[in-house]
Design a protein around this ligand. Structure first.
Ligand SMILES: *Cc1c(COP(=O)(O)O)cnc(C)c1O
Length: 391
């Protein structure tokens, strides 16, 4: 029995955050788009390989900017998985868009690309692949479908920072990509995000929308002698203190992801026998995907009472978590969205999913305790005469 509780998450600090914040304070430039923001933009453009990166207040704000930038009108349809965070849908609903929920794949829990084409109607405008657990969607197929039907692709890469698909970093593959630097993600700034623009024609308008709909960016660069209201926009840019914090994290991003992937791999090795014994299913990573160790989840056998497992682990002072309540099954999702076909896989898989503690600093011994606690809870559940691991 461990004396200390094993928390589900612990934010990581690189150690340089306060130094950079002090420097921003000394610079006397505290509003957005100062030197630290410029350095973050450059880091993201080089690190991800996108044409233009723009810091935002949050991943949510980056998604909202996407909807403005793509000029979403009432009645436009946006294809997305139901197994995602509310912001994926909400950002488009704010513009009158209608989320169309398409079922997910059994292996990666990402949108099932083979179901997308049949969900397309004359009102469809956008496909939003969400890279669940930092493991990429089948982007070649999704981009090909979008090209065939003249649709835009907005990657929700909030969970996939610096993960890749066929060698390309997530968020840099669709027309637009959204990153999140929320405290719960790999690389953080408390609240924070970025919009990644991979389409040259969208860059200028993205800058305008982010600066309250004005061409202030052009003014600062000396390209115009005054700035004026150009477009419907809002204030989407964070201040320099946030950017200073974020730069310290970006510079540590490779280290952060390496340690998280090692931690992920340790769970994966420890739970191999449990999977072979039918007690659980481990995550699947397609060979073309390199992930960032953001989430380690397991799928419990059909029929196991997840709440019982969570409670048993809580008694052992181990915090685990389930994840999204599928959006089509939420009050606002039912009101604002519609489903394409039956969402059987989403409904089954979302109920079986359990995320294990994963943070920088969790020790191999603590991870072993988590695995043993989980296996014990699942063996008890199995002894109570419940089914076998499916899928
Ligand atoms: C975290 C998250 C968001 C929202 O990011 P915030 O920075 O918290 O606004 C959007 N989509 C997904 C899939 C997320 O996990």
């Amino acid at each position: 029995m461990n004396a200390d509780r094993i928390p589900f998450n612990k934010p990581y600090l690189s150690g340089k955050e306060l130094e950079y914040i002090t420097s921003a304070h000394r610079n006397g430039h505290l509003a957005g788009d100062g030197p630290f923001t410029a350095r973050c933009h450059q880091w993201l453009e080089n690190g991800i390989g996108c044409m233009r990166a723009l810091l935002t207040h949050s991943g949510t704000a980056a998604l909202e900017m996407s909807a403005l930038l793509l000029d979403i009108q009432p009645g436009d349809e946006i294809i997305m998985p139901p197994f995602t965070f509310v912001s994926t849908a909400n950002a488009f609903v704010l513009r009158g868009g209608i989320p169309v929920f398409v079922d997910i794949r059994e292996d990666t829990l990402n949108i099932d690309e083979t179901l997308i084409e049949e969900a397309i109607t004359p009102r469809t405008r956008v496909i939003v692949p969400v890279h669940y657990a930092g493991i990429a969607c089948e982007m070649d197929s999704i981009n090909a479908i979008a090209a065939r039907h003249g649709l835009s692709v907005v990657e929700d890469a909030a969970l996939g920072f610096m993960s890749s698909y066929k060698g390309r970093k997530l968020g840099g593959i669709g027309h637009l990509g959204a990153c999140s630097f929320h405290e719960t993600k790999n690389v953080i700034s408390g609240e924070g995000g970025a919009l990644l623009v991979n389409t040259p024609e969208l860059i200028t308008r993205a800058e305008i929308i982010r600066e309250k709909g004005t061409d202030r960016g052009r003014f600062i660069r000396g390209e115009v002698d005054k700035y004026t209201w150009q477009e419907v926009g809002s204030s989407f840019l964070p201040g320099e203190l946030t950017a200073a914090f974020l730069l310290a994290q970006l510079e540590a991003a490779t280290h952060i992801n390496e340690v998280r992937v090692e931690t992920w791999n340790r769970y994966h090795a420890s739970l191999a026998a449990a999977e072979a014994g039918g007690l659980l299913r481990r995550p699947a990573v397609p060979p073309e995907c390199i992930h960032n160790g953001h989430i380690y989840y397991v799928l419990l056998p059909t029929g196991v009472d997840r709440k019982e497992v969570i409670d048993a682990l809580k008694c052992a002072r181990i915090d685990v978590a389930f994840h999204y309540v599928p959006l089509h099954d939420s009050p606002a999702g039912r009101r604002h969205g519609r489903t394409h076909g039956r969402l059987e896989k989403t409904e089954k898989l979302a109920q079986r999913l359990l995320r294990l503690p994963l943070w920088i600093g969790i020790s191999p011994t603590q991870q072993e305790e988590v695995c043993q606690g989980l296996v014990r809870a699942l063996e008890n559940a199995a002894r109570n005469g419940i089914g076998k691991a499916g899928g």
